[in-house]
Design a binder for this molecule. Structure first.
Ligand SMILES: [Zn+2]
Length: 512
C-alpha cells in the first residue's frame, strides 16, 4: 500500500497536480493582486495563514456590530461549538425593498467568499454607495456558513457532510440552521459564493504537464424547470450579464461554471445547475432569483487571495447595483413568479434533461503558461427539456409515518397541516414499478432510483396524516421532493423508504 501511495504521489508531483499552489509565472501573468487595502480578518494578517474563529468574531464585533444600520444575530452553533453569525444590514426606512441573501464558505476550503462578504458589509456601512443600497434593500450576509470546515480547511462539515449537497435530506444540523435563517429572511434574491479547484485530474492529458482553468470567476445558473422561468431569466440576463461587464472593466476573466466528465479520451463539460440539494437551485425554489458564483481558489492557499477576494467583492457589489438598477422590474418578476406558484403553477417537471452543445473554454498550460482554448462537448443544464412531467396536484397527503418528510417541508417554509381526524379523499397514489439501490454509499446512504405509476381512488387518511396544500409560495420545494423519481427527492435520498411493488406513503390530491 505504502509503495502504491508513494508511486501515486510521485506521479502527481511529476504531472504537476500536487503543485496546487500556482507557479509564480502563472500568478504574475494572469492573477496579479489588485492594489486594494481590505482590512478584513485574513488580509490583515501578515503571516501565511487564515484568520481564526476568534479573529473573525472579534473583527465582526469591532467593525460591524456597533454600526447603526447593522445587527448581528447568532443563528445557531456548529457541532464544533462555533457560533454562526448572520449580519443584517437595514436602515429601517419604508419599502418596498429588495430582500437580499448572500453567503460564503459553505465549503470550508473556499475562503474568498467569506472574506469578500465581510469587506462588502463594511463597505455598505461606511462607503458612499451604502446609503443608496440601504434605502432600497435589506441585506442579510452569512459570511462563514461552515465554520468547522473552514477552520479545518476542509470542504465538508464537522459531521462529514457536503453542505451544498444536503439541502433536501438535511443530514447535517448546520444545514438546518442555515436553511431556517434563509427561509425566515424570505429573500427576493440570493447568492452563494464558492471557489473552484483550478487544476483537476481530468485535465492531466491537456499539454505535457496538465492544464489549469484560466478564469477568475465562473457563474452557475440553475436551469431546473420547477423554478419559474422569469426568475431563471433574471439571474442570467440581469445579474450575470452585468457582473460580467464589471469584471471585464477590471480585467478579470469569467465564464460559466462547469464540472467535467471524461468518457474515453473525450472531456465533457456539465454546465448549469439542476439539483435541488444545492443552493443555486434550492434558493430559487423559494421563489427567489438565485445564483452560485465560483472564484478560482481551491488548493491555492493564500496565493492570489487579494485578487480572489476582490473578484468576489466586485461580483457581489455588482449584484447589489443590478438589484438597485432593476428594482421595479425585479420586484414585479418575483411577484409574478410567486403569484403563479400560489395559483397552482404549471406542470411538475419530475425529470429534466440538459441540451447538448459545444463550448469554448480556456485553460492554462501548466508547463508553458500559455493559454489553450478547447472546444468541448457540453451538457447544458441552463437549457433543459422535460423528460418526465406530471400535472401539478392541488395538494399532497403524507401518511402519519412520514414525520421526517413533514419536518423537512416545514423547514423549507411550507405550511404542513396535520389531520386531526381521519379524512376520506380522492387521491392519486404511486406504486413502485422499478427499484434500484446504488451499490456504493454516499453521505451515509445508498441512493434509490425508482419508476412509479399512479392510480386513482378514494382513500381514508388516518388522523395524524400530513396535508400540504400547494397554494403557497414555497410549493415548488414540495413538487421537487415528493415525486418519487425526483433526482434529489425524498425517495432518492432514502428519507422516504420504499421497495419494489410498494404503494408509496405519499399521495397526490388532484382536485378539490
Ligand atoms: Zn464550493
Amino acid at each position: 500500500m505504502t509503495k502504491y501511495y508513494l508511486f501515486t504521489i510521485i506521479f502527481l508531483l511529476s504531472s504537476g497536480l500536487l503543485e496546487g499552489q500556482q507557479s509564480a509565472l502563472i500568478t504574475s501573468k494572469y492573477f496579479p493582486d489588485p492594489p486594494v487595502e481590505f482590512g478584513t480578518p485574513t488580509l490583515s494578517i501578515k503571516e501565511n495563514r487564515f484568520a481564526t474563529y476568534e479573529e473573525i468574531m472579534t473583527w465582526i464585533d469591532r467593525n460591524i456590530s456597533h454600526e447603526r444600520n447593522a445587527s448581528v444575530r447568532i443563528i445557531g452553533t456548529t457541532p464544533g461549538g462555533r457560533e454562526i453569525p448572520v449580519i443584517y444590514l437595514s436602515n429601517g426606512s419604508a419599502g418596498p425593498k429588495i430582500r437580499v441573501w448572500m453567503q460564503g464558505l459553505l465549503h470550508g476550503n473556499e475562503p474568498a467568499g467569506g472574506e469578500a462578504l465581510l469587506f462588502l458589509a463594511r463597505e455598505i456601512l461606511t462607503g458612499e454607495t451604502g446609503k443608496n443600497y440601504l434605502d432600497n434593500m435589506d441585506i442579510a450576509i452569512l459570511p462563514v456558513a461552515n465554520f468547522d470546515g473552514y477552520l479545518a480547511m476542509d470542504r465538508r462539515s464537522a459531521a462529514g457532510f457536503d453542505l451544498n449537497r444536503d439541502q433536501t435530506k438535511f443530514a447535517d444540523p448546520v444545514s438546518k440552521i442555515i436553511k431556517k435563517a434563509f427561509i425566515d429572511w424570505n429573500a427576493d434574491i440570493a447568492f452563494d459564493f464558492h471557489e473552484f479547484q483550478p487544476t483537476r485530474r481530468e485535465y492531466s492529458t491537456v499539454g505535457n504537464k496538465g492544464a489549469s482553468i484560466s478564469y477568475d470567476v465562473l457563474f452557475l445558473l440553475s436551469g431546473y424547470m420547477n423554478i419559474p422561468s422569469g426568475l431563471r431569466r433574471a439571474s442570467g440576463e440581469i445579474f450575470q450579464k452585468e457582473a460580467e461587464q464589471v469584471l471585464d472593466a477590471h480585467g478579470y476573466t469569467h465564464n460559466f461554471y462547469f464540472t467535467t466528465d471524461v468518457s474515453g479520451d473525450e472531456i465533457v463539460l456539465n454546465k448549469g445547475a439542476q439539483s435541488p440539494h444545492s443552493s443555486s437551485t434550492s434558493y430559487a425554489l423559494a421563489n427567489a432569483v438565485s445564483m452560485l458564483v465560483e472564484t478560482r481558489g481551491i488548493g491555492l492557499g493564500r496565493t492570489s487571495f487579494k485578487r480572489r477576494t476582490y473578484s468576489v467583492y466586485l461580483v457581489a457589489d455588482s449584484f447589489l447595483k443590478s438589484a438597485l438598477k432593476h428594482k421595479e422590474e425585479l420586484l414585479e418578476t418575483i411577484a409574478e413568479a410567486r403569484a403563479e406558484t400560489i395559483s397552482g403553477g404549471g406542470d411538475v417537471t419530475v425529470i429534466n434533461e440538459p441540451a447538448v452543445c459545444q463550448s469554448s473554454v480556456n485553460f492554462i498550460d501548466i508547463e508553458t503558461g500559455d493559454l489553450i482554448t478547447l472546444n468541448l462537448k457540453t451538457k447544458d443544464a441552463e437549457n433543459m427539456s422535460p423528460e418526465l412531467v406530471r400535472p401539478r396536484p392541488y395538494a399532497y397527503v403524507l401518511e402519519p409515518g412520514c414525520a421526517r418528510e413533514a419536518e423537512i417541508l416545514a423547514l423549507l417554509g411550507l405550511r404542513v397541516e396535520e389531520l386531526r381526524h381521519k379524512k376520506k379523499l380522492r387521491a392519486e397514489s404511486y406504486v413502485i414499478t422499478d427499484y434500484q439501490e446504488s451499490s456504493t454509499e454516499w453521505e451515509g446512504i445508498r441512493q434509490a432510483s425508482v419508476t412509479a405509476e399512479t392510480y386513482s381512488g378514494s382513500r381514508v387518511f388516518p388522523k395524524g396524516s400530513f396535508y400540504i396544500d400547494l397554494r403557497q409560495k414555497n410549493a415548488n420545494y414540495a413538487v421537487s421532493l415528493l415525486e418519487p423519481e425526483a433526482v434529489n427527492g425524498f425517495v432518492a435520498y432514502r428519507v422516504s423508504l420504499t421497495s419494489m411493488g410498494d404503494t408509496l406513503k405519499i399521495h397526490r390530491i388532484t382536485r378539490k
